[in-house]
Design a binder for this molecule. Structure first.
Ligand SMILES: C[S@@+](CC[C@H](N)C(=O)[O-])C[C@H]1O[C@@H](n2cnc3c(N)ncnc32)[C@H](O)[C@@H]1O
Length: 237
């Protein structure tokens, strides 16, 4: 396997928004360095060693980080990796880290597609992709985060029985994700009835984009998949 992706990855999102207020700029300068995973220099990462063998959950595209911070606070025995290239969002999360004294969290401030190949097989116990950019126009669908190669990478890094949560207020992206994940041999949909995709999981809080959608009376869909058990070693007769 080559470490180089076949094509250079293109990033279509924003990395910067409005200039940071001095308090937020200070967080980026003073708090972020100790939390940053400099994977591109290390070339590989063992998440379990970062968190003394605890389970590790990964949130991709955490935005302003409300959900990530709430999960990290509610689950001090879990190690969290948050991935978000938008610096203003990272600064918001850092404010929560400082306010709540969160010590079980590390950040990768770049494209998650660069992070995934550096994680070992079966090293992640839960993945969140919440209100990922839907790229509604057909000519932009290839920009959607959920793609077969990304699901392949998620399947590789997730351990057997790990959960993958995806939520969106965009019906087209929900159907796209369902179609791709159901067509993937590693994932099975956990839903048993409509409640399971119409209601946010009880242990989660609303994200900023979710709150915005709900305020506009746009309904949201919550998909939960499990990573199927890997086939066992073949036994000789
Ligand atoms: C629509 S926002 C949603 C933010 C947040 N999850 C929420 O629900 O409020 C999508 C976020 O995903 C981030 N994002 C998009 N592609 C990404 C990628 N490949 N790796 C990491 N983050 C990504 C964007 O920077 C953006 O902040």
């Amino acid at each position: 396997m080559t470490a180089e992706p076949a094509e250079p990855l293109r990033w279509f999102g924003r990395r910067h928004g409005r200039p940071l207020r001095p308090g937020r700029a200070r967080l980026i300068e003073a708090v972020l360095p100790a939390l940053t995973l400099d994977l591109l220099a290390a070339g590989r990462l063992d998440p379990a060693s970062l968190f003394a063998g605890r389970d590790v959950w990964l949130e991709i595209g955490f935005g302003a980080g409300e959900h990530l911070a709430a999960q990290a606070k509610a689950n001090p025995d879990i190690g969290f990796i948050g991935c978000e290239p938008f610096v203003n969002g990272v600064a918001s999360l850092l404010a929560a880290v400082e306010r709540d004294g969160l010590a079980n969290l590390r950040l990768f401030t770049d494209d998650a597609r660069l992070l995934l190949p550096l994680l070992p097989e079966a090293s992640i116990a839960r993945v969140f992709v919440l209100f990922s950019d839907p790229w509604p126009k057909a000519r932009h669908w290839k920009r959607r985060f959920i793609q077969i190669p990304v699901l392949d990478e998620l399947a590789r890094v997730m351990r057997d029985g790990a959960e993958f949560r995806f939520a969106s207020d965009h019906k087209g992206y929900v159907n796209w994700t369902l179609e791709h994940a159901l067509g993937h041999p590693a994932f099975s949909w956990m839903a048993e009835g409509p409640k399971d995709w119409r209601e946010r999981p009880a242990d989660a809080i609303a994200t900023r984009y979710e709150t915005k959608a709900l305020r506009q009376a746009v309904s949201c869909v919550y998909l939960r998949f499990t990573r199927q058990a890997r086939p066992g070693p073949s036994r000789s007769p």
